[in-house]
Design a protein around this ligand. Structure first.
Ligand SMILES: Nc1ncnc2c1ncn2[C@@H]1O[C@H](COP(=O)(O)OP(=O)(O)OP(=O)(O)O)[C@@H](O)[C@H]1O
Length: 629
């Protein structure tokens, strides 16, 4: 910056300043700031040179270490010089004269730049920013950006609100309640509204404050209201008496080392009270109450709590068998009692299950799947089924499959509806089974096994699977066959002699797969559309595919699920004698055409001959490929 300008600027600035403060600062800088000392030296030098227009811009010269409190030494920075500034291309830097080397230009990124620019912020002339300055908290930055290096994994316990285990706990509690009380009548969700009166009134007192800026207020009001709702439901019993769920086995088993758990207290109660002997561990909370403060059970009025034992996977070993026993054994006073069958204490829970006949045949696996059906998703069930097949030596896999296939494919229709975007899609029993088998086969393949290894379970049918992925085929098969059959019967009965003749001819060709081209001619109102409808209903009710097309859009509307021929067969707009339809071999549409039993083309003469030729050529291509395949 030009010195005259600097001076002018300083005079303007200092006009209102307290001279005492300025003197104090100046004194402080000249005593402590190495750069200020250098400044002084420059001034002395300039005063010895005859020069009127000078431009002085400063920067230190040392470029070694740059830690924050490393001070300059007078040897490093000699003086600040000089020039007219114009020739420096407007760069914000610096020409200094080092004592030993003469004039040098220095970068803005030099460590002393900040100290010179803002002397009051860097009163000792400390180093400022520079290139590659290390981050003070470099370690934590690495941790933030790379979670893999955090170290030990921590599993959040189920007591951690909103954690995955907490959610699963709640889900299982809900399922236990549903099992005991039946499906819920009400499903209450409680959401927050930032326009609630309490929130708006509070924010009205703060100018320009919206609810988005005060989540603390929103959350507090939400919690207050939520607590109030819970009180309405529990204490005030708006919907009647409320029940509570019981501590579950999983927690009990994890705390085996602890002196008192619900399981041990169940046994203690069995020791002390004869009336407790009639209850299994699961049924116990229906008549007894767990006092968590005192960690003991206490007799209470009947029907206040629901018992639940956490599901134990068959792969859990002894835990699984203990769980089986706890569903049956009554009045046990110690762990040995649970293993005692017919006066014999068995060494393991599994042996006790054997002695009780729980493991005869595949009972345990049927029971396992039967219980899991209550809470598990179909995906989880298929995983469980695959695990049972792989590791549990099932004696009759076919029966296990036949008994549980519906639960294993429960999500299929929903998934296919979502995937294909057909809201009312319905799948046949074979398709549902096939999907589940395919998913199970994939799970078994991961373990290098296959359904072939399990005698009696059918293998997934590849063609059915292919169809279930073809939206067009599914659409053409997705009819209510029963109502179509009734409709077909009515229409068939109403056919006149001529219509009947055509009807029988066409049906015969369809049923015998002879292949036939029929041209039906009749004046307006003679009953052609009626005939089409009769044919379409008849064949669709028998799950055959019929493509109903018309040359004109208006005629297509009169046919059940009718489309224009151009749209259905992708006939090109500009036709010539060599035109073909744009249907790719192997596409869904080609697959649909291949499966089609009958094509009805209404108002056929309304389009050019080339259109028929194009369709004919394309159909031949498609059918030829499939017959070769
Ligand atoms: N066998 C029949 N029994 C009862 N009603 C019939 C029969 N055949 C035709 N119809 C009735 O006659 C009317 C005209 O029939 P339809 O629409 O099928 O004729 P169309 O030949 O398709 O006419 P257009 O060529 O104008 O389209 C309809 O209301 C239809 O229900």
């Amino acid at each position: 910056m030009c010195t005259t300008l600097v001076m002018k600027f300083i005079i303007e600035l200092t006009h209102d300043l307290d001279p005492e403060i300025v003197d104090g600062l100046s004194k402080m800088l000249s005593e402590n700031n190495q750069l200020a000392k250098v400044f002084k030296m420059a001034r002395e030098r300039l005063s010895n040179v005859e020069m009127h227009l000078v431009s002085v811009r400063l920067i230190g010269t040392h470029s070694k270490d740059g830690r924050q409190y490393n001070l300059l030494s007078r040897n490093e920075l000699a003086t600040l010089i000089v020039g007219n500034g114009e020739s420096e291309g407007g760069q914000q830097d610096v020409i200094v004269e080092e004592k030993r080397r003469g004039l040098r230009r220095i970068s803005e990124n030099h460590p002393s730049f900040m100290a010179l620019q803002y002397p009051l912020l860097f009163p000792y002339g400390e180093d400022g920013f520079r290139i590659d300055i290390p981050h003070r908290d470099a370690e934590s930055t690495t941790r933030d950006t790379s979670p893999a290096s955090i170290g030990q994994r921590v599993f959040l316990p189920s007591s951690f609100t909103t954690g995955p285990r907490y959610m699963v706990e709640n889900y299982h509690d809900a399922m236990a309640i549903c099992r005991w009380a039946g499906p819920p009548d009400l499903f209450i969700t409680f959401t927050c509204n930032p326009k609630w009166q309490e929130i708006t009134e509070f924010l009205a007192d703060i100018l320009g404050q919206g609810s988005e800026g005060r989540p603390d207020v929103v959350v507090r009001v939400f919690k207050l209201k939520l607590d109030e709702l819970i009180r309405d439901l529990t204490t005030r019993e708006h919907f009647g008496q409320t029940i509570e769920d019981h501590e579950h086995l999983d927690a009990v088993l994890e705390r085996v080392g602890q002196k008192k758990t619900t399981l041990t207290e169940w046994m203690t109660a069995n020791k002390l009270y004869a009336e407790a002997h009639d209850l299994t561990y699961v049924d116990f909370p229906t008549e007894w109450r767990w006092l968590s403060d005192e960690r003991k059970e206490q007799k209470t009025k009947i029907g206040t709590s629901i018992g639940r034992i956490y599901f134990a996977h068959p792969a859990f070993g002894e835990k699984y068998y203990l769980r089986l026993l706890l569903n049956i054994v009554k009045g046990a006073t110690c762990f040995e009692d649970i293993k005692t069958v017919g006066g014999i204490i068995h060494p393991t829970y599994k042996a006790a299950c054997h002695a009780l006949g729980l493991l005869i045949g595949d009972n345990e696996w049927h029971e396992c799947l039967h219980e899991a059906v209550i809470w598990a998703t179909s995906t989880q069930l298929r995983n469980l089924f695959a695990t049972i097949l792989l590791f549990c030596e099932v004696s009759d896999p076919k029966y296990l499959w036949e008994k549980h296939w519906e639960a294993l494919s429960d999500d299929t229709t929903h998934r296919q509806r979502q995937r294909l975007g057909i809201a009312n899609l319905s799948l046949t029993k074979e398709q549902l089974q096939n999907y589940a088998l395919y998913e199970i086969e994939k799970l078994l393949n991961i373990e290098n096994r296959s359904l072939i290894d399990y005698h009696g379970i059918p293998l997934p049918d590849a063609t059915l699977l292919q169809d279930s992925g073809n939206r067009m085929v599914l659409e053409e098969q997705n009819y209510d066959t029963q109502s179509l059959a009734r409709n077909a019967c009515d229409l068939e009965n109403g056919l006149n002699a001529e219509q009947r003749n055509v009807y029988d001819n066409i049906l015969e060709a369809v049923y015998h797969n002879t292949g036939k081209l029929s041209f039906v001619y009749g004046s307006g109102g003679s009953g052609k559309t009626y005939l089409w409808k009769a044919l379409i209903s008849k064949l669709r009710s028998e799950e055959h595919i019929v493509l109903a097309v018309a040359s004109l859009g208006i005629s297509a509307l009169l046919l059940p699920l009718g489309r224009t021929a151009h749209s259905r067969f992708k006939i090109p707009m500009n036709l010539n004698e060599n035109s073909c339809c744009s249907i790719e071999q192997g596409s869904d549409l080609a697959e649909l055409i291949h499966k089609t039993k009958l094509i009805i083309w209404d108002e056929a003469p309304m389009v050019h001959r080339y259109a028929f030729e194009a369709v004919d050529r394309t159909l031949r291509d498609i059918m030829q490929l499939y017959s070769k395949g």
